[in-house]
Structure formats: C-alpha cells, structure tokens
Design a protein around this ligand. Structure first.
Ligand code: SF4
Length: 352
C-alpha cells in the first residue's frame, strides 16, 4: 500500500453524516435509482442532474419500462445531458437484466461490470451504495482527494494509478458503511476539495491528515498531462421556418450525436450572401433571411464554431424535404417528440 487511508475514515464519515447533500437517489438508494443517477452524473453536475433524474424516473420508473422504451422517447428524456451513447447503453443493459437477471440488477460487482455502459467506477458505486458491498468507486473526485491527502505526484489520468488506488481503498473499506465511505470521498471532492487549486481546506474534515496541505503542495496536485487540443469545425446552422413549423433532419446512426435530430447544418461558415445563393439553388420561396449570430458548442474532442441564419419561407415543397431527408415539425413536436441536442440551443432557443 502506498498510503494508508485507514485514518481518514472516522473523520470522513462523521463529516458526511452532517454535510451530505440531500439528493433524490440518496434518499431512496434503490439499485435502479443509483444506477441512473451515476450514469447521469458522469458528465454533468449534481445540481443539473436532479431535474433530469426526476423527469427520467417519472417517465421510466423501473428497469422493465427502460428496457421497453421507444428509442425516440429515450433520446428525448436524455436531451440536455449529451453523450447519448450512455442512454443507449442503459437500455441495452436493462434489456440484458430483464433477460438474464429476472429484471433485477445483479447484487455483485463482477456481473455489474459486465453490463453495457457500466465500468469499474459505476459498478463500485452501485455495488457499495445500493447493495452494501465493500468495493471502491474511484472517479476523478476520489482520485483528486486521495492524491492530495497522500501528496502523490502520480499522473491521475493513468489507468495503473487508478487501479492502484482502487486496491489501496479496497483494503480499508469500512465493511459496515462502504456506500457512505465512497459517497463521502466523492462528496468531499465535489464540495470541499475542489479542482484547479482552489480547495476549501478550512472546511475539510481531514485537513490534519492531509500531506499536501501541510507540505503546501495543493496547487501542484493532482498531476494531469496537458490535454490535446480539440479539433475546431466551422458550421452554418439554418433555422428554416414555414408556417410556424421548422425544418429538422435526423443525423446518421453512426458518429457524433448519432441518430439525434438537428437543424439543417452546412460545413464551413457561410456569409449571408452564400446562404441566400444556396437557398436560390434549392428553389425555395424565400420571405426573409436574418443572421442569428455566432455560437460555440464544445464536445469532448471537437469544438463547433457556428453561424446561424433564420430563414422564413412563404412556400415549401415535398420534393425539397424528400431530397434532403428533412422533416417539417411544429415547435410542440420538437419540444416533446424529437431530441434536438444542446449544440443547437443558441438557435432553437426561441421556441424552447
Ligand atoms: Fe483537499 Fe484541502 Fe482537504 Fe487536503 S485539506 S483533502 S487539499 S480540501
């Protein structure tokens, strides 16, 4: 063991008992609730997840309803959370659980790990929180907290470092409260031991045991290599309106935002003149074209730099829609039926 975390346990649990945030999935840690919340929390802050979680659980209250949900409904429920493969994997896993486990999540770490979309962290979180099994759940927050406490200069992006910490924590997990121990570490990272060199050490229950604090190393730990730069892509977004309906298009089933709906999108930033020329080429009955300004959307490896135009038509042909595989949908249909990713929110904002 590189550092003995045993000593922090009583202080951490005592702090958690008095400071844990009240969250719907903590109030009622049913395995299904813990699972859904952990998947949602992978890329989104707790405060933002609450609303999505309530909406999802109300629409799909159990594993069976998730397994049977229509894909369009599922994507719509995930709208705003991004990383849509996560919800597709949730459904695949729910279907497997229906088939192989009689509709109940397996109460063990290894079989959980075999389900689609469930990695070591999520399996550890579900196993410990929902089933009381003493296995660690090591995410970015836990890595940061532990590496600061132990004043370790390990590169926390390395799988070997994560695995070593997992093994260290596995040895000292309190058998009576494994779920609370994992959640306490995560919570400390989320609300006290904050990233980017700004932890609130004066509020920390383990400050007296924290080597980084005493050795003044906090600004240097955790160690992460500089990320590769994202690829920049220029796009032109068309908000095409005809009689209070809007043109949308279903993206390919492969790649970025697979299978979701989008506003008509063109490669490169086009000027208003270039857009008007394109519309003439398409032989559309144009009423007006107005620039909607610039917007940016950041994905994990790509950054879209967009220019938007609001185009009002006085007529639209079936042929035009068919040729481009476009669909004309009302504001209400877009709001309730078709999943339009956040990437377009700067332009679709007027009906949201
Ligand atoms: Fe993090 Fe500061 Fe607590 Fe150390 S003392 S664990 S750096 S909050």
């Amino acid at each position: 063991m590189t550092y003995d975390y045993q000593e922090i346990i009583p202080y951490l649990l005592h702090w958690f008992d008095h400071n844990a945030r009240i969250l719907p999935w903590r109030e009622n840690p049913k395995p299904y609730y813990v699972w859904i919340s952990e998947i949602m929390l992978q890329q989104t802050r707790v405060e933002a997840v609450k609303g999505y979680f309530d909406r999802f659980i109300t629409a799909l209250p159990d594993i069976e309803s998730l397994a049977k949900a229509d894909e369009e409904k599922l994507l719509k429920l995930w709208e705003g959370l991004g990383y849509y493969n996560r919800v597709r994997n949730l459904q695949k896993a729910a279907q497997l659980v229906m088939k192989d486990y009689n509709g109940k999540l397996p109460a063990d770490y290894e079989p959980l790990l075999k389900l689609p979309g469930i990695g070591a962290y999520t399996a550890g979180a579900i196993a410990s929180i929902a089933f009381g099994i003493p296995v660690p759940a090591v995410d970015g927050n836990v890595l940061r907290v532990c590496k600061r406490i132990s004043a370790s200069f390990d590169d926390i992006t390395k799988e070997t470092v994560k695995r070593e910490l997992w093994l260290d924590l596995k040895d000292i997990m309190p058998k009576d409260r494994p779920g609370d121990f994992n959640q306490a570490l995560m919570e400390l990272g989320a609300i006290v031991c904050l990233p980017n060199g700004k932890p609130l050490c004066e509020n920390c229950p383990v400050m007296h045991l924290c080597k980084s604090f005493h050795e003044e190393l906090i600004s240097q730990i955790p160690v992460k290599p500089v990320k590769n730069k994202r690829r920049l892509e220029d796009k032109t977004v068309l908000l095409i309106e005809y009689q209070n309906s809007y043109v949308i298009h279903k993206r390919s089933s492969q790649g970025l935002l697979a299978g979701l709906w989008e506003l008509p999108l063109m490669e490169a930033s086009l000027s208003q003149e270039q857009v008007e020329e394109k519309l003439k080429e398409w032989q559309l009955d144009i009423q007006s074209v107005a620039a909607m300004g610039e917007a940016k959307h950041i994905f994990s490896h790509i950054e879209w730099h967009m220019l938007g135009y609001h185009i009002k038509l006085s007529g639209i042909s079936e042929q035009f829609l068919e040729e481009h595989a476009y669909l004309l949908a009302t504001e209400e249909e877009i709001r309730y039926k078709y999943a339009l990713p956040n990437a377009f929110s700067a332009y679709s904002g007027q009906w949201k």
